[in-house]
Design a protein around this ligand. Structure first.
Ligand SMILES: Nc1ncnc2c1ncn2[C@@H]1O[C@H](COP(=O)(O)OP(=O)(O)OP(=O)(O)O)[C@@H](O)[C@H]1O
Ligand SMILES: [Mg+2]
Length: 274
């Protein structure tokens, strides 16, 4: 058993972020997060895809000098995938901590990405971790793990396109303080695109305008607005020598919609701007 503990101890170091991730604050999210971290209040990052949630948390983990254990949630994710399981090693069975146990033991920030995708019976595993008890039952071993004082739980959630069925249960969501992420302001988004891609500010400004206009198409049936991520992709393609028209075609028009009318509507906006 000692060997396994040691292996895990090394493993947690792999989750450290060595160099500063580029993150442009868009409000008071850094101060609020630091406060929540200090008070050990679990945090929920809410917002549409590609608006900076993951980048923000990477930045915060770097800033707080804590390892960041990220778990992408999906419907096949079981409690054992989070907590751990017995594995056969040669003739013997040995306990292997799951990523959540690893974070709890070593005081990492644990990020459950897209938590609504996880089954409800998986989600309840985090309940005793998110109240005063701060414990994680390892039921199969009959152990209660007490959280390291630095352990912090963060979940992300995109309220936009989830069905009612997939809404977060109140007994889960009311355990978190919620930081709302939206698309950055025009000035901020332009600065982000320039910094992330190296494109000329003038071109970034056009992409920001494109983003705003495409986001307005949500009133006309577009499911979700265009992410800052896609605008950065378009900018990177341009910096690499792809023409603006072609870059917007693959990074914006085609990726935003499969519907030919919607694609045409976006193409018109692109043609107007570039
Ligand atoms: N405030 C910001 N500072 C720096 N870069 C940003 C910021 N917001 C968005 N970006 C850029 O947008 C990209 C996508 O952001 P990120 O991966 O954090 O999105 P997300 O909100 O986690 O999306 P998803 O819900 O799909 O996981 C980043 O890789 C970065 O290039
Ligand atoms: Mg993310």
């Amino acid at each position: 058993m000692k060997n396994i503990q040691q292996t895990n101890g090394v493993a947690i170091e792999n989750y450290r972020i060595d160099s500063e991730p580029h993150y442009l604050p868009t409000g008071d999210e850094i101060e609020v997060f630091e406060s929540a971290y200090g008070l050990k209040l679990p945090v929920m990052l809410k917002g549409p895809t590609g608006c900076g949630k993951t980048r923000f948390l990477e930045y915060m983990a770097w800033r707080l000098k804590k390892p960041l254990v990220t778990i992408a949630c999906h419907e096949d994710l079981t409690a054992s995938d989070l907590v751990g399981r017995y594995l056969l090693r040669g003739e013997e069975t040995a306990w292997q901590d799951g990523p959540l146990s690893l974070a709890v033991k070593h005081g990492a920030i644990c990020y459950l990405d897209e938590v609504v995708e996880a089954r409800k019976d998986t989600t309840v595993v985090i309940h005793p971790l998110t109240d005063d008890r701060r414990i994680l039952p390892q039921e199969k071993r009959g152990i209660l793990l007490e959280s390291h004082q630095d352990f912090h739980l963060v979940i992300s959630y995109n309220p936009g396109y989830q069905s009612v069925m997939k809404d977060l249960k109140h007994s889960t969501r009311q355990r978190f303080v919620a930081l709302d992420f939206t698309y950055p302001s025009a000035t901020d988004e332009q600065a982000i695109i320039v910094k992330e891609s190296g494109v000329e500010p003038e071109m970034a400004e056009r992409l920001v305008r494109l983003g705003e206009m495409v986001r307005n198409l949500r009133q006309h049936g577009l499911e979700e607005g265009i992410s800052t991520r896609l605008l950065v992709y378009a900018a990177k393609l341009m910096v690499d020598g792809v023409s603006p028209a072609a870059a917007c075609n693959v990074a914006v028009i085609r990726s935003m919609s499969d519907d030919s009318e919607m694609q045409e509507a976006i193409a018109e906006i692109v043609a107007g701007i570039f």
